[in-house]
Design a protein around this ligand. Structure first.
Ligand code: CUA
Length: 157
């Protein structure tokens, strides 16, 4: 009898823990500030990127003294522009979208990393530092050539 009631307690505790876990995961998925694609991010029509000011011609644009915006389109299987040429020692906000399926945008060797979802514009801001080169990889499975989906960043003087 004792054994049984202990079992029930542990079972209840375990169940409670699982429910708590599910609750936190569910809340995390809908809660603010968890996903890198914030709810207030502008949306974009992935089938009409050629009519969008930013993504019709993916490029880097100067928006302040040392501030730039990089409009990047991810697609099966690459990134545009490639290379993404950025001035050294500047602040760059990447705005990345996809024209087909969900991709990743990860600047190798840095903490710059975001999911790229069709219809959404993922933004992330970096400091470029000195002149160098970076690889860009896709870290979301996106099809047969996912593992070969690469881009590059050149930070120039
Ligand atoms: Cu794009 Cu994996």
């Amino acid at each position: 009898m004792h054994v049984h009631s202990y079992e029930k307690i542990w079972l209840a505790l375990g169940l409670g823990l699982i429910l708590l876990l599910i609750g936190s995961v569910t809340y995390g998925a809908v809660g603010p500030g968890v996903s890198m694609v914030a709810a207030d991010q502008p949306t974009v029509d992935p089938t009409a990127l050629d009519e969008d000011d930013r993504f019709a011609e993916p490029r880097v644009e100067q928006v302040g003294e040392n501030e730039y915006e990089a409009y990047v389109v991810a697609f099966q299987f690459g990134f545009e522009p490639d290379p993404i040429v950025l001035p050294a020692n500047s602040t760059v906000t990447f705005m990345v979208t996809s024209r087909d399926v969900t991709h990743g945008f990860e600047v190798v060797g840095t903490n710059a990393n975001t999911m790229v979802i069709p219809g959404e514009v993922s933004t992330l801001t970096v400091e470029t530092g000195g002149p160098t080169e970076y690889g860009v990889i896709c870290n979301e499975y996106c099809g047969a050539a996912h593992h070969g989906m690469e881009g590059s960043i050149e930070v120039v003087p």
